[in-house]
Design a binder for this molecule. Structure first.
Ligand code: ACM
Length: 570
């Protein structure tokens, strides 16, 4: 190794452009474009040549699918079908290797947070060595090998010149380990339904950026999206709520199981959310016998919302909740069920607490653990539970202006303000009860903020104006990248109180999969970096350079993305 940088921090400190100028001309300025930034990178001056004769070998049959997935990706990118010897003997040009231990990984920083499948977070660590003659990827588990192949995919795309031409990869040594054990996206399929094939593509996006949780917001006022055998009207009626003609539908239990399996193949855990006791208009429409505990008579006039909440003191209502949780728990091998719990405007606190306590118990009775939006901290949660910390505004209330411009009546503003004013108390209460936070501060990771900076493509002006919640101020991709999950809320000690990090995409303004892609990319890549990398070792300036070569990854998958003018796209 001619040039050695012991950590990514050093890579940045020595100067991105210094580093580039050290590289041989054929490597080019895209050379090390990894997102999330790896924990440690050492670079050399030579190159490995990837061409149609490169083959992929693996040391253990459990790596067969991972090898095939890598070959399929390289085929899409280059047109080459790399051979994978069926009975591996010896080593191919790209060798995937399980080892009991990886040298150098013991010294990496601790991994914080909760594994979504109660696994060992260190299973995701890997070591990638690109030498002049061979690429060697090592990990202790297939999961670690898979994470490493995503680095290889990014390097291949970042260094491809033209389809079918050899790809020159920089000689390097990467040692890599996640910062947080839980790195996810919450996807709202209620406000806009996405087909199983589309959800699989979202899973592919997460996988490409080393995220490991897809939280699916399966129910809300605008639609119930999961088949429940005991209550068929939930899908007969609840999946067909009036919703401005947007895509409707639901997942059969079989389709949902297939999604779980597809995600597992990419080492991603699906966390299903049943959003109750509020956000329940589709439930009330399907089963009018359910009891509503909210007695307010307010015109909500807030996009995507409706007042109403299930009554914890009504036995029929709670039997339905119990049955639904039981069926949903049986659909997922993951450790967590999300019970919602957000924005129960107008519901008395004691009824809310009784509801969460009972629903949490149904989750535990099914051998799962509970996640809820941060309001659940008012109930009797405890160690093992997770609360999703979403109410966090940079500076003042983030609703644009005084609410009027967002179409909110003074009564509704008062209810929202009451809810927001308890947000800090929620977090204090959650951590005093030993629960951990999944950090989802709306300011930084709600990907339904409209983009502020212009696109480099004038044809995107209409999408840019139309997509995203008008109630939020517009934000640049730099503003949404510029935060640190470990420090943004001083109440949270990351090593003790944080379970992980999750972005959310709410779909009130989204009507198609293509529009969803536009809102996810490129900001999802930035969130992934906050979850995996040590934020102190990264900066916007060098991040935007790495990001600039990522469109080829998205275009190879036919994904739409926002062409931010803050990035010099390659
Ligand atoms: C939320 O944004 N209502 C969780």
């Amino acid at each position: 190794m001619k040039k050695i940088t012991s950590t990514f921090a050093c890579l940045c400190a020595c100067g991105w452009f210094t580093f580039l100028s050290c590289s041989p001309p054929e490597v080019g300025e895209r050379s090390v474009n990894l997102i999330p930034a790896p924990t440690s990178v050492k670079t050399g001056e030579q190159v490995f040549t990837l061409n149609q004769k490169s083959d992929i070998s693996y040391s253990d049959p459990s790596l067969k699918e991972v090898a095939e997935d890598l070959a399929a990706y390289i085929r899409d990118l280059t047109g080459w079908t790399l051979s994978i010897p069926s009975s591996p003997s010896g080593r191919g040009k790209i060798h995937l290797e399980l080892t009991p231990e990886i040298s150098g990984l013991k010294d990496l920083p601790a991994i914080w947070g909760a594994s979504p499948k109660d696994g060992n977070p260190a299973d995701e660590q890997y070591s990638l060595s690109i030498q002049k003659k061979q690429i060697r990827l090592q990990a202790t588990t297939p999961e670690g090998i898979y994470r490493g192949t995503t680095s290889l995919k990014q390097l291949a795309a970042g260094n491809r010149s033209a389809k079918g031409e050899p790809i020159y990869l920089p000689v390097l040594e990467v040692k890599d380990s996640p910062r947080f054990a839980w790195r996810g996206l919450s996807l709202d399929v209620s406000r806009c339904f996405f087909t199983p094939e589309e959800v699989k593509q979202v899973i592919d996006m997460l996988a490409l950026y080393k995220m490991n949780v897809l939280h699916i917001h399966l129910t809300d006022n605008q639609g119930w999206r999961i088949e429940i055998n005991k209550y068929p009207k939930l899908t007969e009626i609840g999946s067909q709520m009036p919703n401005e003609g947007k895509p409707a539908g639901y997942y059969t239990q079989q389709q949902f199981k297939e999604l779980v399996q597809y995600a597992a193949g990419r080492f991603i855990t699906i966390v299903p959310e049943i959003d109750i006791p509020g956000h329940a208009a589709a439930l009330f429409a399907s089963y009018p016998g359910l009891k509503d505990a909210v007695q307010l008579n307010v015109d909500l006039n807030l996009s995507g919302q409706a007042l109403g909440a299930l009554d914890a003191d009504d036995p029929y209502t709670m039997q339905l909740v119990k049955d639904v949780i039981t069926e949903v728990a049986a659909l997922t091998p993951g450790s967590y069920i999300h019970i919602g719990g957000d924005e129960t405007l107008g519901l008395s606190e004691d009824k809310f607490i009784r509801f969460v306590n009972q629903t949490r118990q149904f989750v535990l009775d099914n051998g799962k653990k509970m996640v809820g939006w941060q309001e659940v901290c008012r109930a009797d949660i405890t160690a093992g539970d997770l609360f999703q910390h979403w109410i966090y505004f940079k500076g003042n209330m983030e609703i644009a202006g005084d609410g009027e411009s967002a179409g909110l009546s003074p009564e509704v503003m008062k209810l929202l303000m009451e809810m927001f004013s308890k947000a800090a108390e929620d977090v204090e209460s959650g951590i005093s009860r030993k629960a951990r936070a999944i950090v989802s501060p709306s300011t930084y990771v709600y990907l339904d903020h409209r983009y502020l900076e212009p696109s480099t493509d004038p044809a995107q002006a209409d999408e840019q104006e139309r997509l995203g919640m008008p109630a939020y101020p517009k934000q640049t991709i730099e503003q949404m990248y510029d935060w640190n999950p470990s420090t943004f809320n001083p109440l949270l000690d990351p090593s003790q109180n944080i379970g992980g990090i999750e972005a959310a995409i709410w779909c009130e303004t989204i009507s198609s999969f293509r529009e969803l892609q536009f809102m996810l990319m490129p900001r999802l890549a930035g969130v992934a970096e906050k979850g995996w990398s040590k934020v102190e070792d990264t900066s916007w300036e060098e991040y935007r350079t790495r990001l600039s070569s990522h469109p080829l990854l998205w275009e190879t998958a036919h994904w739409n993305y926002f062409k931010s003018s803050l990035v010099d796209w390659k």
